[in-house]
Design a protein around this ligand. Sequence first.
Ligand SMILES: [Zn+2]
Length: 230
Amino acid sequence: MAGLRGKLERLLYPQVCSFCDGLIPEKGDGARRYVCRACESDLPFRHNDEIYPEHTPFLLLLSFYYEEPLQLALRQLKFHGRTDFAPALARYLCQTYRRHRLLCDAIVPMPLHYKRLKQRGYNQAGLLAAAMAELMDLPLVEDLLLRERASARQSEYRSREEKMANVQGIFCVDEGYLAALSGRRVLLLDDIVTSGATMSAAGVCLEEVGIEVVGLACAGGGLRTDERGS
Ligand SMILES: [Zn+2]
């Protein structure tokens, strides 16, 4: 049935590259592709550098450096309604996750404050998490974490301590999920990371109620030059 559905989808919606709009030649019955080979080769993969060097209490995995054309993809996803970039990038997040042999029971996206969610109409991290959960056949728990207040922009704070203080207490957990998720392992997902402080605060919040965080995963973060120089 899945095979037939895939064939029908491809007949009705040919596979088009999210970056260049070029048609992607069909190949078997695998998952739908969103990035052509040429554009894929331009992506700033972190390859052997997927563990983020910033210190966080959790393992933080990144698939890409935050450089073009990934920046463009994330901006399009976040601000211009290009939701096709979520499944396009989720494929690479899955590869990163598998390479590091993590095991989790569910995927949890970083929440947006409800005012931002209302403005944008969707949570880009939620879309990435949904696409990843589908590819890995794992449950998505989209509203496990709630954002109680919008934090000030992290870039306004200099030190790591200031950043951590800015995000403390901004998350809480929807208690309706506690019975089902207590003692379970989750992967926390976001689109971009800078210091990792906001994600770490969310992770701590989950662990405090007995939900194990196996890691944090983001599509992009860091620049090749920064990390080479340090
Ligand atoms: Zn392309």
